[in-house]
Design a binder for this molecule. Sequence first.
Ligand code: OGA
Ligand code: NI
Length: 365
Amino acid sequence: MAETAREMGSLPVTNVQALAENFNNNGVDDDLQVPQRYLTKEPSAEEVVAGGDSNCVIPVIDLNRLVDPRSSSSECAKLVSACRHWGFFQLINHGVPDQVIGNLKSDVVKFFNQPLEDKEECAQRPGSLEGYGQAFVVSEDQKLDWADMLYIQVQPSESRDLRFWPTRPSSFRNSIDAYSLEARELGHRLLEFMAKGVGADPASLRAVFQGQAQGMRLNYYPPCRQAADRVLGLSPHSDPGGLTLLLQINDYVHGLQVKKDGKWFAVEAVDGAFIVNVGDALEIMSNGKFTSVEHRAVIHPTKERTSVALFFFPSSDMIVGPLPEFMKGNQVRYRSTSYQDYMKQYFAEKLDGRKHLDRLRLLEL
Ligand code: OGA
Ligand code: NI
């Protein structure tokens, strides 16, 4: 990802937070209309299975139970089942100190509350996806997402490009650093349990991701009073990398939806939990034992929402294919591909479901 994010770019677009402030500060029946480029054809809420029904809660995994020898194997089985059938789980008792998360959350809120010109000190530069702006905008007529993002590479530390790291609030860089170290450790532990859970060498997945790039994306989804059900915060997509750890900043504003059996499920984030999901590279490496699932973010009519996604990537010079540890007598289900080419293709097109991954599939599961 490191190299790829730095070589690719996205067409510049209007800042959505500023656009939304303009709309939301005006009366309901004024003439201001959300620009056509943000409006999707169908109300996005239509097919959603609302929360409340127990089927709609993605599995909750408890790290304490994974670690405790008395409960480890049953919790590991639950983890593997979640990664297979949902591609998503929520992680509780994850051990990341409240203070580390609290500091990050408060700095993220302060960052987005700054005037536009201050945020733009970290603006993307042409030909790079790092910085404050948008990704995946490849043509002047595609539909746009109702969100702004700040993307930075956070690990390994020597790969950081500090031009895109906010200096305000002044504690922000430290909070990101502390958080990314904790998250790295946590991600590696999860990869071990996932490998163990399917009978592979616990070190096998960890070894692929250890020392490799990690990217952090802060997503800011402004409210949209006029047309919340006709805009999307983040178009349906699967994540390209290994694992993603997602932290919701506003605990009570939900917006993430996950696709299962052709339906969208609204994720009700458990307070203090991480939302973890499998990315394309991990589906391929596990030969389909884990699934990279399509997801999207919807918009609230009156409340803003912010999330922090941390992506674990394999080495950019890796050939990504099913790992021998995960095959053990099974047929190969995916073609191998150079990860760099995969990422280039991923960022060269508009987000659109799992199409990149589907191109590499050899056999249906
Ligand atoms: C992402 C993502 C979901 C969210 O950043 O890849 O899926 O709820 N984010 O912000
Ligand atoms: Ni995602």
